[in-house]
Design a protein around this ligand. Structure first.
Ligand code: G4P
Length: 527
């Protein structure tokens, strides 16, 4: 296969959702259809969650929370599909945000009874930053749900994206009959043993006015469906794939992941419309996937693959060219040539050494502590990919050394954990104390646990009251100086020496923004 063909058949994406909407369940079912896992009947999602995803970290096993982000690859109808799994727990949202920098599209799962939730909005904002194409899957239709048009309007209004249903549900809850596929023009009938057979009964309908429809779903629901489909065709423009690829339009599907219903339709449409690896923006230019030379960046670092070693695995997304085992590549940040003798790929449960990989693929690189999130690899070009930001943390604590004899271990541990992107380190301008900022509170426990178990260091947390940290800069140097002087007690620097304002309250932040018009307040580190 040529490089072009390999690229064209790749689909690299993530399933994202507010916790409990059904992300894990949908992911499993996609793997099931792809033959990547084999499960007879409905199995509790958590069980497969453990089997299907990697549980590299001891802590993950202990807590039963999927701390890790892993990759699951499989082949389906000639397409090579890479699903990037994201942590289910909200406190690990930053991990999810970062994973989104490595995908070419996403599927957002929404609970049909709850509609758009807080985390759905946040995740969508991250997608919008990169114009990532989005497909919406409205789940749990087997339960009493909101009305479909209401859900469509809600998605459009709350997620600020135009929608176009490509499937339409027939009732929901106990009377849920099935889904009419507007894209393929056929009807999938819901049967309660769906989850056992994974095969929905589908009936092709080129003409919904056919009285046969009444026979399948009853007169009342048939009439309703005819009206609904008329309304859809009247209200929404035809599906515009280009608008979807630009991230302006979200096709919407309905179904029930746990019952395996609507999942095949989603997957089959997905492989047809979802993008193959898109051009990746770098500081000086846009890198096309079809360029012959290899480029890629690290979006995730995983520690402690083997508890006996302090090894890490860096996940690299390949952006262009062909990756080959044992070939020298430039690690741009250090200027060193490196080659990898055992790069790994991830096929569902298994991780295996590979000889080559293509744009869209994720390669696991063995790392002894030299790589950072955002590091770029090339065949010599000094390239820096953009769009891999850190997000303004929302939880803060002072970190103190709890064992004076282990100062070095603590410093090293903190340093490496920050490179992994577990949290962010700030140094207070007021007193030089170290502050750790995270997106979720659980992160502090993870850090403490990992410092102890992986670095033999111990730390103590002390409270600090901060509402938000944001990076600041300005073209008006005088105003910047004045701001830093006045806000001295609230200033800090990040690991790279950039100025960070630690706002005590949301009011203080608003006030600062109003009073210092020439200062830019950034909520991601990349500006
Ligand atoms: P998440 O990863 O987005 O957090 O959600 P997850 O898939 O774990 O699903 C959350 C709960 O919703 C699970 O129930 C799951 O079985 C259920 N669920 C997923 N899809 C559907 C659906 O289409 N219909 C219905 N009725 N339920 C669905 P749980 O009780 O938390 O776990 P479990 O004991 O079923 O594993």
């Amino acid at each position: 296969m040529t490089l072009q063909e390999e690229i064209a058949r790749r689909r690299t994406f993530a399933v994202i959702a507010h916790p409990d909407a059904g992300k894990t369940t949908l992911t499993e079912k996609l793997l099931l259809f792809g033959g990547a896992i084999h499960v007879a009947g409905a199995v509790k999602s958590n069980k497969i969650k453990k089997g299907a995803t990697s549980d590299f970290m001891e802590i993950e096993r202990q807590r039963g929370i999927s701390v890790a982000t892993s990759v699951m690859g499989f082949e389906y109808q000639g397409a090579k599909i890479n699903i990037l799994d994201t942590p289910g727990h909200e406190d690990f949202a930053e991990d999810t945000y970062r994973t989104l920098t490595a995908v070419d599209s996403v599927i957002i799962v929404i609970d049909g009874a709850k509609g758009v939730e807080a985390q759905t909005r946040k995740l969508m904002n991250v997608c919008r930053m990169r114009n990532t194409p989005v497909i919406v899957f409205i789940n749990k239709l087997d339960r009493p749900s909101k009305e479909p048009f209401e859900l469509l309007d809600e998605v459009e209004a709350e997620l600020h994206i135009k929608v176009r249903p490509l499937a339409f549900p027939i009732s929901n809850g106990p009377t849920f009959k099935g889904v009419y596929n507007l894209y393929e023009k056929h009807l999938s009938l819901f049967t309660s043993d769906e989850k056992l057979t994974a095969d929905a009964t589908t009936v092709n309908f080129s003409d919904l006015s056919s009285p046969e429809l009444d026979g399948y779903i009853g007169e009342k629901f048939a009439e309703q469906l005819r009206q609904d489909v008329d309304l859809v065709e009247g209200v929404y423009d035809d599906f515009d794939r280009e608008a979807y690829l630009r991230g302006e339009l979200a096709p919407v599907f309905f179904g029930s992941a746990v019952n395996n219903f609507g999942v095949r339709e989603l997957l089959e449409c997905f492989i047809r419309i979802a993008p193959s690896p898109r051009p990746a923006p770098a500081v000086d230019r846009l890198v096309e996937a079809t360029e012959p030379k290899l480029t890629g960046f690290v979006f995730k670092i995983h520690a402690n693959m083997d508890p006996n070693h302090r090894d890490r695995i860096a996940f690299m997304k390949i952006c262009s060219g062909k990756f080959e085992r044992n070939k020298n590549y430039l690690h741009v940040r250090s200027g060193k040539q490196l080659k990898f003798s055992s790069p790994t790929a991830f096929m569902a449960e298994k991780k295996s050494v590979i000889d080559e990989a293509f744009p869209g693929d994720i390669v696991g690189l063995h790392d002894t502590g030299n790589f950072k999130i955002g590091d770029t690899f090339t065949e010599g070009e000094k390239l820096k990919f953009t769009g891999i930001p850190s997000f303004a943390p929302e939880q803060f604590r002072y970190i103190e050394n709890a064992d004076p004899l282990k100062f070095k271990q603590l410093a090293k541990g903190v340093d490496q954990l920050m490179d992994e992107g577990v949290a962010q380190l700030f140094t207070s301008s007021l007193n030089g104390r170290k502050i750790i900022g995270t997106v979720g509170a659980l992160q502090f426990e993870v850090i403490q646990y990992r410092l102890e178990h992986e670095y033999n260091a111990s730390c103590r947390w002390e409270p600090i009251s901060i509402y938000k940290a944001c990076w600041i800069d300005s073209d008006n140097e005088e105003q910047l100086r004045d701001f830093k002087r006045r806000k001295h007690t609230n200033m800090a620097v990040d690991k790279h020496g950039r100025d960070v304002f630690l706002a005590d309250t949301s009011y203080a932040l608003t006030l600062a923004q109003e009073n210092f018009k020439d200062i830019r307040f950034h909520f991601t580190s990349e500006f």
